[in-house]
Design a protein. Structure first.
Length: 400
């Protein structure tokens, strides 16, 4: 299928615009990584605790951040999670705030920071577990079950926790809501010992600093190994300069992608690294298609200049590039819009990577190939001219 019939676009004539754009994006990203947001590594790499908190109403991130600062958690990262209607946020704590021996430490730290007032010794029903509720009911015995109370109150406590976590998605507005799953006497007893805050901790994940450092090193090595492997392949498949041009283009794609993540202050997680490795392969494949056509045309069009051959080769593969890149871009764009918070970083990396990778194959790798061949031709001419001049001098000395 062809979208364009015999296109004749002077791509190399527009190379300086795109080289300038690449320079701006690359320098901006590097400056951001060095002086502004740095590389915003997620908990996967930096180590720490990430806590997902659900609120009863729309949370104000500035208020939450101010509250966290007042309790000494000044370097915590706070961001929305999922659709706005879910009223959920992710709070990431630095590794010094975590403990691999106590998973509840991160949860308790957040609860202590967000609770703004005491309730005369009452416990927060939105942030207690099954054992606490079961033991409370057993101690107070609101149904007067006597010696047979253990199993009954365990079942009631499980029903209460399930109603809170599954039906109410982790947060109760008030204790009276439990009338849907508990007898009135039990609800009344719970009102005496519990209150409901405006938030509930839904999930806690901890990654130790040692594991985070190992993942960081492995991610870097995976990226470098993939670039080295592709360079070696293209060296044998084409020439060394083809491999160098392709690797420089892919390195350019990676720098811009990571730089934009830094500028946008979006965390880089393991899924983002997976997306970057994916776009490395995708961009390299697109570059190889163009290079393969260039190599074929060099043999067929010996009388034309390399610039014309490269332009013609890019035009001949244009339909294929637009079809494959366009359809892939629409897919990852849909994933970015509708995929939810979990896939946000992954899909964003692919959206950026496909756009950057497609134009780098045309406006970075191809011009680099032409520039090198032009430099080699000039060097060869200079050497040839030098050799001829020496021969003439030698002949003159012989005649003398």
């Amino acid at each position: 299928m062809e979208l364009f019939r015999n296109p004749n676009i002077d791509f190399l004539g527009k190379k300086w615009f795109f080289l300038g754009l690449s320079l701006v994006l690359s320098v901006g990203g590097i400056l951001s990584m060095l002086f502004w947001h740095h590389i915003p590594l997620g908990v996967d790499f930096s180590g720490g605790t990430i806590v997902r908190v659900k609120f009863t109403s729309t949370p104000d991130l500035n208020v939450i951040r101010s509250t966290m600062d007042k309790t000494g958690l000044k370097n915590s990262r706070i961001q929305r999670f999922g659709p706005a209607a879910n009223n959920e946020v992710l709070i990431s704590l630095e590794e010094k705030e975590t403990s691999e021996q106590a998973l509840d430490q991160g949860k308790n730290t957040i609860i202590k920071a967000l609770e703004t007032s005491s309730q005369d010794g009452k416990q927060d029903l939105n942030n207690v577990g099954f054992p606490t509720v079961s033991q409370y009911l057993l101690n107070n015995d609101p149904l007067h079950l006597g010696t047979d109370a253990q199993q009954k109150y365990n079942d009631l406590a499980r029903a209460i926790i399930d109603y809170r976590d599954k039906t109410r998605e982790g947060v109760l507005n008030n204790v009276q809501e439990l009338a849907a799953v508990a007898p009135p006497a039990v609800v009344q007893s719970l009102q005496s010992g519990f209150f409901t805050s405006n938030f509930g901790v839904r999930n806690v994940d901890i990654i130790g600093p040692t594991v985070g450092k190992q993942l960081q090193n492995q991610a870097l090595l995976a990226t470098l190994y993939s670039l080295a492997g592709m360079l070696i392949y293209l060296w044998f498949r084409f020439e060394l300069i083809y491999g160098m041009a392709a690797v420089v283009a892919v390195f350019h794609d990676t720098i811009i992608t990571v730089g934009l993540f830094s500028i946008l202050n979006v965390e880089i997680s393991l899924t983002v690294i997976a997306a970057i490795l994916t776009l490395i392969g995708y961009s390299m494949n697109d570059t190889i298609v163009v290079f393969d056509r260039i190599r074929e045309n060099v043999k067929l069009l010996r009388r034309e200049s390399l610039t014309d051959i490269v332009n013609k080769s890019i035009n001949q593969t244009l339909s294929r590039t637009v079809l494959t890149s366009g359809l892939t871009f629409l897919t990852v764009l849909s994933l970015f819009i509708f995929g939810g918070e979990v896939l946000h970083g992954f899909s964003l990396a692919l959206v950026i990577g496909i756009l950057i990778g497609t134009y780098s194959s045309i406006f970075i790798a191809a011009p680099m190939l032409v520039a090198y061949q032009g430099w080699r031709a000039k060097k060869g001419s200079a050497n040839s001219a030098g050799t001829t001049s020496e021969n003439r001098k030698e002949k003159a000395r012989v005649k003398a």
